[in-house]
Design a protein around this ligand. Structure first.
Ligand SMILES: NC(=O)c1ccc[n+]([C@@H]2O[C@H](COP(=O)([O-])OP(=O)(O)OC[C@H]3O[C@@H](n4cnc5c(N)ncnc54)[C@H](OP(=O)(O)O)[C@@H]3O)[C@@H](O)[C@H]2O)c1
Length: 220
């Protein structure tokens, strides 16, 4: 059966790959992003703005007649040490990574029913924050708390909530920032997206509250 899935951050690198993986399953991906122009979805939606997200999702559910899932991909990254960084970076990461995902989950809830699936994007770094990763990892640890708690809240309704925790993704931004890195150890956006699509699917009906670490099990 075809599914209607909202993909936040749908014009970003991983977001585009997730839309592609969803469409490859014969489902409809509806990208939502802060970018003004979003083909096949809604642009100009700031996911940190609760009212904006609620009305965007109500519009999408009305247009498509239903909603079967959400992939919360929108987010961002800051690398800075505690000593040389800014305290505002903690607020910025919280807004971009956690508040955006929480708003998206809350706005989707009234439209989701039994069999629906939510997939959040955390980060492997949240489990053991390395140098310069405090603000980012703290916000992504929050995404894990959101995932676990919401999975418990929705278990009785047959709605699943999981997270993927990417290590480094092979994106143009990462290639630019780390020109000397061994990219064969990086996870491609398409590989990450296929795990997201699996978690959104009925095949994963026995998986909820999980945090799936994404790392290359072989050289790419
Ligand atoms: N890249 C990695 O190595 C890596 C590793 C672990 C986890 N992740 C996570 O994976 C996700 C996707 O990463 P990516 O590399 O594909 O990032 P990306 O290309 O920057 O895509 C993120 C998208 O989300 C949008 N966005 C950010 N804040 C938003 C807001 N408040 N409202 C609406 N849209 C917003 C961005 O718009 P703007 O560009 O205008 O900000 C962008 O289109 C992120 O959550 C990231 O933290 C990435």
């Amino acid at each position: 059966m075809s599914r209607i899935i909202i993909v936040t951050g749908g014009v970003g690198t991983l977001g585009r790959a997730v839309c592609k993986a969803i469409e490859a399953k014969g489902w409809a991906a509806v990208p939502v992003d802060i970018a003004d122009h979003v083909e096949g979805g809604l642009g100009g939606v700031d996911l940190t703005d609760e009212g904006a997200v609620t009305s965007a999702y109500a519009r999408i559910a009305a247009t498509h007649g239903r909603l079967d899932g959400v992939a919360n991909i929108a987010g961002g990254f800051i690398w800075e040490t505690i000593a040389d960084g800014k305290i505002e970076s903690f607020d910025r990461m919280y807004q971009m990574n956690l508040r955006s995902a929480a708003n998206s989950c809350r706005a989707a809830l009234e439209h989701l029913s039994e069999g629906a699936s939510v997939v959040n994007v955390g980060a492997a770094a949240a489990g053991s924050a390395g140098l310069g990763m405090a603000a980012y990892a703290a916000s992504k640890a929050g995404v894990m708390a959101l995932t676990k708690s919401l999975s418990e809240e929705l278990a009785g309704k047959g709605i699943r909530v999981n997270a993927v925790l990417p290590t480094i993704l092979d994106t143009p931004a990462n290639r630019k920032d780390m020109p000397d890195a061994d990219t064969s150890e990086w996870v491609t956006p398409d590989d990450a997206a296929s795990v997201v699509a699996f978690l959104l699917s009925e095949e994963a009906h026995a998986v909820t509250g999980a945090a799936v670490r994404l790392a290359m099990g072989r050289k790419g």
